[in-house]
Design a protein around this ligand. Structure first.
Ligand SMILES: Nc1ncnc2c1ncn2[C@@H]1O[C@H](COP(=O)(O)OP(=O)(O)O)[C@@H](O)[C@H]1O
Ligand SMILES: [Mg+2]
Length: 270
């Protein structure tokens, strides 16, 4: 940890980040320092969007903590929580960026390579795309098998470096009021839902195969958490299926993801 303290006290890096963050258009941006590419995440504001409030209301109504939106901590506390999550996962041997420094205003991370999502969009063919997706899925399973969870496991929060996937963005890691099984179940749902669009227009949908492989590796408790969620949501999901042919993309995607998850769950005996 001496490296961290050293960098925190590094006035040159602080000055560079302070000057860049005044003009940066994004909350997360890259800097080059000492010939190295680093990433800076600046403190966020708590999200109070109406969609978050709606999600919270639905979670309370169904008494389903698994559906609760992450309660984002604002400012310095949020950055410190994200740094702590990244350090814990790094110690567990999982591929996450290194925490270079964390101050009250920003979190500095090592470069984890490129983001996976643009690579998927640019992939030469569906086989290559789904090969990369399967590797990201295997990584999420490895994280779970080590007794951890992500908190924001959508495909957009994976990276790719030397052809291997990595994990990014632990802003939503603190999921208070949930059991480990609920956190892992939520990760799986977020991951699988975020993949549906890659099956659009495909003659041979790949999501059912990925869902089956991942749910097979999940703990019985995690499968149970997902089954419980689907039972409570049954009427909403039935409505989604019924509306799917006429509805917008979101509803069709939810119906497709749920069909893949339902079929995958049916394959395990517990
Ligand atoms: N350590 C990193 N290495 C490589 N790219 C990164 C890193 N941190 C962030 N990025 C890039 O910045 C984007 C946004 O960062 P992320 O941590 O996901 O924050 P948020 O989604 O809350 O804006 C990522 O999708 C990725 O493209
Ligand atoms: Mg992100």
């Amino acid at each position: 940890m001496s490296g961290t303290a050293e960098h925190l006290a590094d006035p040159e890096l602080s000055a560079l980040i302070n000057s860049l963050s005044r003009t940066a258009r994004d909350r997360v941006f890259a800097v080059t320092y000492g010939g190295r590419r680093l990433w800076v995440k600046t403190a966020g504001m708590p999200r109070l969007r109406s969609s978050v409030l709606m999600q919270r209301a639905i979670a309370m109504l169904f008494r389903l903590p698994i559906l609760l939106p992450p309660r984002n901590q604002a400012g310095a506390l949020g950055l410190a929580a994200e740094a702590a999550a990244i350090r814990t996962l790094a110690e567990a041997g999982l591929p996450v960026p290194a925490v270079i420094a964390c101050s009250g205003q920003w979190l500095v991370l090592s470069d984890a390579g490129e983001a996976l999502e643009p690579r998927l969009n640019a992939a030469a063919d569906a086989a290559e795309r789904w090969r990369l997706i399967a590797e990201a899925g295997a990584l999420l399973c490895r994280l779970h098998a080590a007794g951890h969870w992500h908190g924001g496991a959508q495909i957009r929060n994976f990276s790719l470096s030397d052809g291997r996937p990595g994990l990014l963005d632990f802003e939503d890691h603190a999921l208070s009021g949930m059991t480990l099984a609920e956190r892992q179940g939520r990760d799986l749902l977020l991951f699988l839902y975020s993949l549906v669009r890659y099956d659009r227009d495909s003659i041979e949908p790949q999501l059912p195969r990925i869902a089956a492989a991942m749910l097979r590796q999940a703990t019985p408790d995690t499968r149970h958490a997902i089954r419980r969620l689907r039972r409570r949501m049954a009427w909403l999901l039935a409505l989604a299926r019924w509306l799917a042919p006429y509805a917008g993309r979101d509803v069709r995607q939810a119906a497709a993801a749920d069909a893949a998850i339902g079929a995958a769950l049916a394959q395990s005996a517990d």
